[in-house]
Ligand binder design. Structure first.
Ligand SMILES: C[S@@+](CC[C@H](N)C(=O)[O-])C[C@H]1O[C@@H](n2cnc3c(N)ncnc32)[C@H](O)[C@@H]1O
Length: 210
């Protein structure tokens, strides 16, 4: 959950400022820590919630949801009339996520889908106010191509790990780093998007569709 490039004292300070989480979120964080599930963590969770609040997003598609941690931050911020799509390739993750959503009282606003997130996005009709991308990193360019037409004008494309522990700044031979480098190039060269990479934790790209 920690950054590889933020000064560790600054990071400790930043996380020390965060208010305590409720029982369900705290339990998800403890489970993720114990089982090495790579969740966004509370600092980025709050950024996702803030983006939902300021944009008024109600119809949200998440790609790569794991145990539903980031889904819960999005769904709570979007409110009871929201429709949030959870997607993950692992049915065991989905089963665990469902239980957390029930306990948090948000299950009616979340549609849980298992399978490939890109295929599921293509299959789900309609436009979205916000698409959050956290799938395997080599797939980021494919996500860019699939997500852009599915965002409404003024909608947000948000992606985690866009600084990839700083590896994006070096010459890369691996598919994950190359995928993120290409994604970052695509968002900044798109005429349809206005992107900013926020160097919080592992780098969060926030792009508004014009
Ligand atoms: C980094 S974790 C997601 C963490 C989650 N967003 C959070 O912060 O709570 C990535 C998840 O995406 C799933 N995944 C990766 N590529 C996928 C794909 N193409 N379709 C569906 N799920 C995918 C993995 O199974 C894994 O659970």
């Amino acid at each position: 959950m920690k950054s590889a490039f933020i000064d560790s004292r600054v990071e400790k300070y930043l996380y020390g400022l965060l208010p305590a989480r409720d029982l369900v979120v705290a339990e998800m964080e403890a489970y993720a820590e114990r089982r090495d599930v790579p969740i966004v963590g509370a600092a980025v969770g709050r950024l996702l919630a803030l983006l939902v609040m300021v944009s008024g997003a109600r119809r949200i598609f998440e790609m790569g949801s794991a145990i539903g941690y980031s889904t819960l931050w999005l769904a709570r911020a979007a409110g009871p009339r929201a429709e949030v799509f959870y997607t993950d390739g692992d049915p065991a993750n989905a089963a665990r996520a469902r239980k957390y959503f029930q306990r948090a009282g948000v299950e009616r606003r979340i549609r849980v889908q298992t399978g490939d997130a890109i295929a599921l996005l293509k299959k789900t009709p309609g436009k979205f106010d916000l698409i959050f991308n956290d799938v395997d990193k080599h797939q980021y360019p494919a996500v860019f191509r699939a997500a852009l037409p599915r965002l409404r004008r003024g909608g947000l494309l948000v992606a985690d790990n866009t600084l990839w522990s700083g590896r994006v700044a070096r010459k890369a031979n691996d598919a994950a780093t190359r995928g993120i480098q290409e994604f970052n190039r695509l968002i900044y060269s798109s005429r349809e998007l206005y992107p900013v990479i926020v160097p919080l934790r592992d780098g969060v790209a926030v792009c508004r569709k014009r």
